[in-house]
Design a binder for this molecule. Structure first.
Ligand code: SF4
Ligand code: SF4
Length: 204
C-alpha cells in the first residue's frame, strides 16, 4: 500500500523540481501589483497649487504644511501614510495619487520624505498667509469675471500679471487704515478694513 504512494510523491517532487515556480522570485524579479492597488503616493509638483486641502484631511499627519517667510512647504512622510485616500479625494486638481509601487523601505532617511515648495502671498498689513501664488491663479481661473468682485484677488491678479508677486515680506503695520482696502489682505484684515470703511461712511 505504501510503495505506490511513495512513488507518486517522488514523481511529484521531481516534476516540481524541474518545472517553473508558481511564485515570483521577488525581489530578484518584479512583482507588479494590481492596477487599483494603493501603493506609494505621488505628488505632482507642477499640478499642485499648495492649497493644503490634502493636509487638512490627512488623519495621521503624514502630510504637513509649513508657511516659511515667502514659501509654503508641503511635506509627505511615507512611513506615516496609511493609504486611506483622503488626500486623493480632497485634492481639487488631481495632484496627488496612488501608484502601484509598494516598497517604501529605504535606509536613506531623505527617501522616506517628499517635499515641495510654493511661492506664498502674505497679508500686506499683518503678514498672515493668504494663499500661494498658484492657488490664487487657480481661484482666478475658476472665478473668471467674478475675480473683479474681490479686492485681494483683483490686486493679486494685477501684481501677478506685472511680475510683482511673489514679493519679499513687507514691514508689518501697527494699525489698519482705510486705504489698505486696496491691498492684498487676509480675511481678518479685510473685515477690519471694510468695517472701518463703513464706519467712516456712517460718520460723514
Ligand atoms: S493616504 Fe491618508 S494617511 Fe496617506 S497621506 Fe493621504 S490622507 Fe494621509
Ligand atoms: S490638495 Fe492637491 S493641490 Fe492642494 S496642496 Fe494637496 S496636493 Fe497640492
Amino acid at each position: 500500500m505504501g510503495a505506490p504512494y511513495k512513488l507518486r510523491e517522488l514523481v511529484e517532487a521531481l516534476k516540481s523540481a524541474f518545472s517553473r515556480a508558481f511564485t515570483v522570485r521577488y525581489p530578484y524579479e518584479p512583482s507588479p501589483a494590481p492596477e487599483a492597488f494603493r501603493g506609494k503616493l505621488q505628488l505632482d509638483v507642477e499640478k499642485c497649487i499648495g492649497c493644503g486641502a490634502c493636509v487638512e484631511g490627512c488623519p495621521t499627519g503624514a502630510l504637513t504644511l509649513e508657511d516659511a517667510e515667502e514659501k509654503r512647504i508641503i511635506t509627505l512622510a511615507y512611513p506615516y501614510c496609511i493609504s486611506c485616500g483622503q488626500c486623493v479625494e480632497r485634492c481639487p486638481v488631481d495632484a496627488i495619487n496612488f501608484t502601484t509601487e509598494y516598497s517604501v523601505i529605504s535606509t536613506r532617511r531623505e527617501e522616506l520624505f517628499f517635499q515641495l515648495e510654493k511661492d506664498l502671498v502674505r497679508c500686506e498689513v499683518c503678514g498672515a498667509p493668504v494663499a500661494t501664488v498658484d492657488h490664487l491663479k487657480w481661484v482666478m481661473a475658476n472665478l473668471g469675471f467674478l475675480t473683479l468682485s474681490n479686492s485681494t484677488l483683483l490686486v493679486a491678479a494685477y501684481e501677478i500679471s506685472t511680475g510683482k508677486l511673489p514679493k519679499k515680506p513687507l514691514e508689518r503695520k501697527e494699525a489698519i487704515e482705510r486705504q489698505d482696502l486696496l491691498k492684498i489682505l487676509c480675511a481678518r484684515c479685510r473685515r477690519k478694513a471694510v468695517a472701518l470703511d463703513h464706519g467712516w461712511r456712517a460718520k460723514y
